[in-house]
Design a protein around this ligand. Structure first.
Ligand code: GLU
Length: 492
């Protein structure tokens, strides 16, 4: 690298952090870490109508949840000051910097005041389109001398500042992802850099900030390509070296349309709430356009850092596949240590009224080990652990026919008396349970559906559900007796 690596993620705080934004952030973060460079967070909040500090905070919370800390930029928390010596990092706090830099272009004759009204501009556009010309500004206000412009402003007239394309030509870009890109001459006309009223526009702020923040590489979405040509013109006018650019392909939904809310959950927060692990999200998102040299799919963050490079970012669109993400999540869940996983699922169980606070560590380990392979997301723990919770036990509607069978009572009574033969604070092993079932069948002379469904109702309150051999080693005899007695009392 010819200069220190400094990359940035520059979200507009107008909503949650969505999958596309998270990918931009992650790729920049991986690039920074791979090269030992700095990751900068810059908040592009000049769209005052749509930007809020709350959205900024929500995005930062999601970024922090992903476990990808940034080195410079606004801190986490509404009141936390920014970190870094290239601030302010919110564009809304950089207005004087933009005004100063617009003045530089005005002074150099690379920009001029434009007094055309919106109605006039609209009319010009229509005429141009009607006569088959591109709808570019016709340059009318170029003719106003700086002195005249100042006079008009002093008299209270309002004007925008427009960039003056003095030397129309084609621009070439060596894109890190897409290779050589040529922007034909005449793609854009003189464009506004400060709106009437002084508000700077994205293309302008972006160049000023990227330059002053010494950004070395810009990895961003493909949709910004058409902005890049304007940005190259600005760099040239200032005599600055532009950063290296890499434009990432769009993320599509399974129907090959641009990923959007229609496709279901698209924000990082949705996935967090729906029980996804950050490790799975990072891993899956990284594969939206990037691949490891050995095509491995399960890649922890540190390995991605070691392997990441723009050379393996694909320029073809990536397709977001929620099924694959879920699969990946299940792989990460499976690989987790039982007690670590318990820390994540216990609060979810509590929220659903399932309290296991008196359970021993050994019990927790066995229970999590029994169920983690059936979990695709963290929230899947609720139906899985429900049958283990005494407080969650109830006799369901579906049990009614079973309760009506003449053999059921006897099966449950023998089941209770057998359970009473052992230590109430012990559980049956799978083998003991198998043997016991045989014994009860013999003693009651009941088998098949009449036997198994009766036993199931006695244990979980309904005739169907989780495999009993998974549950039994996790339920103490005392708890099984209490449940069975509840069922009996329901029958009398
Ligand atoms: N604020 C822009 C966006 O959210 C950033 C564009 C850029 O990275 O230059 O799309």
């Amino acid at each position: 690298m010819s200069r220190p690596v400094r990359v940035r993620f520059a979200p507009s705080p107008t909503g949650y952090l969505h999958v596309g934004g998270a990918r931009t952030f992650l790729f920049n973060w991986l690039f920074a870490r791979h090269h030992g460079g700095a990751m900068i967070l810059r908040v592009e909040d000049t769209d005052t109508a749509r930007s809020t500090r709350e959205f900024e905070e929500m995005q930062k919370q999601d970024m922090a949840w992903l476990g990808l800390p940034w080195d410079e930029g606004p801190g986490l928390g509404l009141e936390t000051p920014s970190v870094g010596s290239f601030g302010p990092y919110r564009q809304s706090e950089r207005m004087s910097i933009y005004a100063e830099h617009a003045q530089v272009l005005l002074n150099k004759g690379h920009a001029y005041y434009c007094f055309c009204t919106d109605a006039e501009l609209e009319e010009k556009k229509k005429l141009a389109l009607a006569s088959g010309r591109p709808p570019h500004y016709d340059g009318k206000c170029r003719a106003i001398s700086p002195q005249d412009a100042q006079k008009r402003l002093a008299q209270g007239e309002k004007g925008a500042v427009r960039f003056w394309i003095k030397n129309p030509k084609a621009y070439k870009l060596k894109d890190l992802i897409r290779g050589e890109i040529e922007f034909q001459e005449g793609m854009v006309g003189d464009f506004v850099i400060l709106r009437t009223g002084g508000m700077p526009v994205y293309n302008f702020c972006c160049v000023i900030d990227d330059h002053l923040m010494e950004i070395s590489h810009v990895l961003r979405a493909e949709e910004h390509l058409s902005n890049t040509v304007r940005q190259l013109m600005l760099y040239e006018a200032y005599g600055w070296t532009p950063p290296d650019f890499g434009h990432m392909s769009v993320v599509l939904g399974p129907d090959k349309q641009k990923l959007s809310k229609r496709h279901g959950a698209t924000s990082v927060n949705d996935y967090k709430e729906n029980g996804y692990l950050k490790e799975a999200i990072n891993n899956y998102i990284a594969l939206l356009g990037w691949s490891s040299p050995d095509h491995r799919e399960i890649l922890p963050l540190n390995e991605m850092v070691a392997l990441f490079g723009t050379d393996r970012i694909n320029s073809a669109p990536a397709v977001f596949d929620g099924v694959k993400l879920k699969w990946m999540n299940s792989q990460y869940l499976r690989a987790m240590d039982e007690l670590e996983l318990w820390k994540m699922i216990e609060p979810i169980l509590k929220k659903h009224g399932l309290d296991f606070s008196t359970s021993s560590e050994a019990w927790i380990k066995s229970a999590v080990a029994a169920f983690k392979t059936s979990m695709e997301t963290l929230v899947d723990c609720v139906p899985l652990f429900h049958p283990l919770s005494d407080s969650g036990f109830s006799v369901g509607e579906e049990a009614a026919p079973v309760l009506g069978w003449p053999t059921t009572k006897r099966v449950i009574e023998v089941w209770i008396s057998e359970l009473k033969k052992g230590n109430p604070q012990s559980a049956l092993t799978e083998e003991e349970f198998t043997q016991l079932q045989k014994d009860i069948q013999l003693e009651c002379q009941v088998k098949g559906k009449e036997f198994f469904q009766a036993l199931r109702v006695a244990i979980v309150g309904k005739p169907h559900g989780t495999e009993l051999k998974l549950l039994i080693p996790l339920l103490f005899r005392e708890s099984l007796i209490n449940r069975a007695q509840k069922v009996l009392s329901k029958m009398s």
